[in-house]
Design a protein around this ligand. Sequence first.
Ligand SMILES: *Cc1c(COP(=O)(O)O)cnc(C)c1O
Length: 219
Amino acid sequence: MISENLKNIQASIPSHVTLVAVSKTKPVESLMEVYDARQRVFGENKVQEMCDKYDEMPKDIHWHLIGHLQTNKVKYIAPFVALIHSVDSFKLLEEINKQALKNNRVIDCLLQFHIAQEETKFGLSENEASELIASNEFKLLKNVRIVGVMGMASFTEDNETVRNEFQSLKKIFTNLKNKFFSKEDCFKEISMGMSGDYLLAIEEGSTMVRVGSSIFGTR
Ligand SMILES: *Cc1c(COP(=O)(O)O)cnc(C)c1O
């Protein structure tokens, strides 16, 4: 059943789009079903849960942290995390850099933007991100690499609202690319789209979709 779901989703997304299988709250047995169907990118939103699953599962998995990250927990994921989707402050980026250096690696990160109507969502504004990237302090961080942007659309049935929010994230991406990263190929990811809206997100330029319940069932 789970592997059927996975196959259907894989068949519906173009090859340039990365599927992140969002496995939060699901047991390792369920993740292994997806792993056995050749899925290697998994997304988790809690540090402890991601570390536990990392310990138990094969080591060729790419673990993506997709949820809000507290600075005091960065050290636990720094040895192995493949991509952090949820960078929303300089302070957090500085800590990721520090822990990456300790582990002798460079950690890829996405800047998370606030694109939804809802008050509760975390994320930067375009101005805040521009200031962050332009700062001298940022240039000193050699062990983090900003490879793109992430956003969550409003939780609504209204497709036009969701589409507008995805378009605004795409626009932020393009502006930042032109202003700061035009010569760097690594700034290329737009992480947007979940179970309910990933096809819409791909239409609007998503390169990375984070799909949980459509693969694993409801939580
Ligand atoms: C849980 C979660 C998802 C996946 O949500 P589904 O609707 O189950 O696909 C995607 N992104 C983030 C940040 C999440 O926390």
